[in-house]
Design a protein around this ligand. Structure first.
Ligand SMILES: O=C(O)[C@H]1O[C@H](OP(=O)(O)OP(=O)(O)OC[C@H]2O[C@@H](n3ccc(=O)[nH]c3=O)[C@H](O)[C@@H]2O)[C@H](O)[C@@H](O)[C@@H]1O
Length: 436
């Protein structure tokens, strides 16, 4: 009876479940309700399992699939957010430009953003702060830029809605596209992250740029790695680039072809810059000069690669300030896109330049310079160059950049590493940051 009195408290529902006052019917109604509750529970449980456990659901997949882990739900939008975006992108000098810098919390992105801001250009940063390397270094760069008045929007270049919104809020004249999955050897560990950022992300960005009105001019980071197995040195832009040695190089090469397509069809002005092993303060901890420094200081042995028959492995190491000057010159000489409003009005500029130092240095010499600067002897472990994407030698011919951008590198490896080491020791001085 207690149960019946309990049922009495259930509000009457119209139609099928209309209550009858007889005790017998009440019992029957009770059993129907119990069944209904039971089956509703099963139904809800199935829905829960379908949406929250199925492989197509975004939450678990975002965790298990490394290529999706950057597409988190970043919060953006709203009046205050738009105000910050506008203020960061506001031009403060005569003839200045308004630049969207992707990968702004990255090594090159931070330096380029700061340099643009210093001369009065409007700069808005974009970065997904992924954990390919220690995100706290990216956060420290972000803090540096914030003090300079550059706001970094936290989002992935694959986020179409966000990119569209940014172009609605600001009529960017230029895009400096530096967001990418970098690193040659990591491509064997996480290939999909290269496709996600360097191909899908690039296409998404170009799609939004081609529809923007006005269309911006785009300067973006390609790589010396596109020369791959090319043996003709120094590497000139006209040399073959159809033998990439790593998936990373292949995605950068694909980027150059994709750039051609968007230039051809939509009139986007596009300049690709082939960077040669860029190093310096605020650099990337996944690069050899950086982790050699860390490991030498820790007394850990370092692996130095050599080619067959003790062949020298060398790089055309290029100092960050030289690269920044090259990037700014590429932006300054970029012509307008010609497809604004959806109709291409004529051929648009399509360029590619080597930005190197023109003086390759063997990796073993790099280590000797570090030993002198750190005043610590390295524990050298000489290894045969693994077959994981590395090439033996890079050397840039920079005559095109010299002629057309006025590019002239001025910092040699000794001077550049001195600045890097000074920064490194100061940045990690408190012993709290690991350097990785
Ligand atoms: O300029 C480029 O195209 C590329 O430069 C670097 O790639 P990489 O030149 O391979 O730079 P590191 O990874 O710093 O290697 C520098 C040199 O040290 C050597 N190395 C690397 C790691 C190691 O443990 N031992 C070692 O001897 C490599 O073989 C290479 O010759 C960047 O990581 C790429 O993102 C960039 O696109």
């Amino acid at each position: 009876m207690k149960q019946i009195s309990h049922l009495d408290n259930i509000p009457s529902t119209p139609g099928k479940f209309k209550m009858d006052k007889s005790p017998y019917n009440r019992l029957r109604w009770h059993s129907s309700l119990a069944k209904l509750t039971f089956w509703s529970f099963i139904f809800l449980a199935l829905i829960f399992i379908f949406f929250f456990r199925s492989p197509s659901s975004s939450t678990p997949q975002a965790l298990s699939d490394p290529s999706r882990r950057y597409l988190q739900n970043y919060s953006w939008g709203g009046a205050a957010w738009e105000k910050r975006v506008r203020s960061s992108a506001r031009i403060r000098s005569r003839n200045g430009m308004s630049v969207l810098v992707t990968g702004a919390a990255g090594f090159v992105g931070t330096h380029v953003s700061a340099a643009l801001k210093r001369r009065g250009d409007g700069v808005l940063g974009l970065d997904n702060f992924n954990d390919y390397y220690d995100p706290s270094l990216k956060r420290a760069r972000q803090a540096l830029l914030e003090r300079a008045g550059v706001f970094i929007v936290e989002a992935d270049i694959n986020d179409e809605a966000l990119l569209k919104k940014l172009f609605e809020v600001v009529a960017f004249t230029h895009v400096m596209h530096l967001a990418a999955q970098a690193g040659v050897r990591y491509a064997m560990e996480n290939p999909s992250s290269y496709v996600h950022s360097n191909i899908a992300g690039l296409v998404n960005l170009l799609e939004v740029c081609k529809s923007a009105n006005p269309q911006p001019a785009i300067v973006w980071a390609s790589s010396s790695s596109v020369y791959g197995l090319n043996t003709k040195v120094p590497f000139s832009e006209k040399d073959r680039t159809d033998q990439p040695a790593s998936l990373y190089a292949a995605t950068k090469k694909a980027g150059e072809e994709i750039a051609h397509t968007y230039n051809h069809i939509y009139g986007l002005s596009l300049t690709g810059l082939r960077f040669f092993t860029v190093y310096g303060p605020w650099g990337r901890p996944d690069m050899a000069y950086f982790f050699f420094t860390r490991d030498i200081l820790k007394g850990k042995s370092i692996s130095i690669f050599e080619a067959a028959n003790h062949g020298t492995v060398a790089r055309d190491f290029t100092y960050i300030d030289d690269i920044v000057r090259g990037c700014l010159a590429a932006l300054d000489t970029a012509e307008k896109s010609t497809g604004s409003g959806g109709k291409k009005k004529g051929p648009a500029q399509l360029r590619v330049y080597n930005l190197g130092n023109t003086s390759p240095v063997p990796v073993s010499d790099l280590v000797s310079i570090l030993e002198r600067l750190l005043k610590v002897k390295a524990k050298r472990n000489i290894l045969r160059l693994p077959r994981n994407g590395d090439v033996q030698y890079t050397h840039a011919n920079i005559s095109s950049a010299q002629r057309e951008l006025g590019y002239k590198p001025t910092t040699d490896l000794q001077a550049g590493l001195k600045k890097f080491v000074r920064w490194y020791l100061r940045f990690y001085a408190d012993g709290k940051k690991s350097g990785v």
